[in-house]
Design a protein around this ligand. Structure first.
Ligand SMILES: Cc1cc2nc3c(=O)[nH]c(=O)nc-3n(C[C@H](O)[C@H](O)[C@H](O)COP(=O)(O)O)c2cc1C
Length: 221
């Protein structure tokens, strides 16, 4: 698979088959992704990979918290600005509409929307998930390094025939994730990434992007 194909075929997949992923595949991908660039080569990512019983236990414990109505842990970072201005606000609503339309869920159907959100805590059925942490001392530039690293991981997983869903949602239950992976003190959980083979009947939503001219300006005279 060439890079264009990997980029084009990567989407946030939210329905995985439970088929296990060979450990060697994950090791191959994560070894290759370590070549990702980072400012001053700090490599500020700290990654934990969960599969099998530890992942099942994390899913179970989180589902229990959700079932109890637990609103989650004190947030360690702000996922989005509190007032999302234009054009970001419209892009967010459009993405949500496209996603729920693809699932056949109407705007009024709150229960189904909530169930779709709750599927985060099951990693959408994925047999593996990685959890990416960063040192509390790191600044915005190092958070950007994490993004580059994670995109590299996701594209390499495409090359292995696998799909992913990055999930900031896990930061809501970061203490439960920490109980599972036991990170050293001083690390903040950025996100989880569910990893697996796409379930055969998964819905193929393709979320639009802004036209190039909205986000890219060529200054070439
Ligand atoms: C850093 C990051 C965090 C995300 N967190 C979540 C999440 O918690 N749950 C979820 O279902 N999707 C999550 N997504 C997926 C986005 O909703 C998705 O990438 C976006 O809508 C574009 O769709 P596409 O990736 O399918 O093209 C996240 C994506 C990124 C990059």
């Amino acid at each position: 698979m060439d890079v264009y194909e990997a980029v084009a075929s990567r989407r946030a997949v939210r329905r995985f088959s439970g088929d296990p992923i060979p450990r060697e595949t994950l090791e191959r991908v994560l070894s290759a992704a370590a070549r990702s660039p980072s400012g001053a080569n700090l490599q500020p990512w700290h990654v934990y990979v969960l599969t099998g019983a530890p992942l099942a236990e994390l899913k179970k414990r989180t589902a229990e918290r959700v079932a109890e109505g637990d609103p989650g842990d004190e947030r360690e970072y702000q996922m989005y600005p509190p007032e999302l201005k234009s054009p970001y606000r419209e892009r967010r609503s459009a993405a949500a509409e496209q996603r729920y339309a693809a699932l056949g869920i109407s705007r009024e159907d709150r229960r189904s929307r909530e169930a779709a959100v709750a599927a985060n805590w099951d990693c959408f059925g994925a047999p593996a998930a990685l959890f990416c942490y960063i040192d509390r001392d790191m600044g915005q530039a190092q958070w950007a390094d994490l993004g580059m690293y994670l995109q590299t991981v996701m594209l390499l997983l495409r090359a292995e025939g696998l799909h992913t869903c990055p999930q900031m949602a896990w930061s809501v239950y970061c203490r439960t994730v920490a109980d599972a992976v036991l990170p050293p003190p001083g690390l903040i959980l950025f996100c989880g990434v569910s990893i697996g083979f796409e379930a055969p009947a998964a819905c193929h939503d393709r979320i639009d992007r802004a036209p190039l001219a909205e986000t890219v300006t060529f200054v070439d005279g």
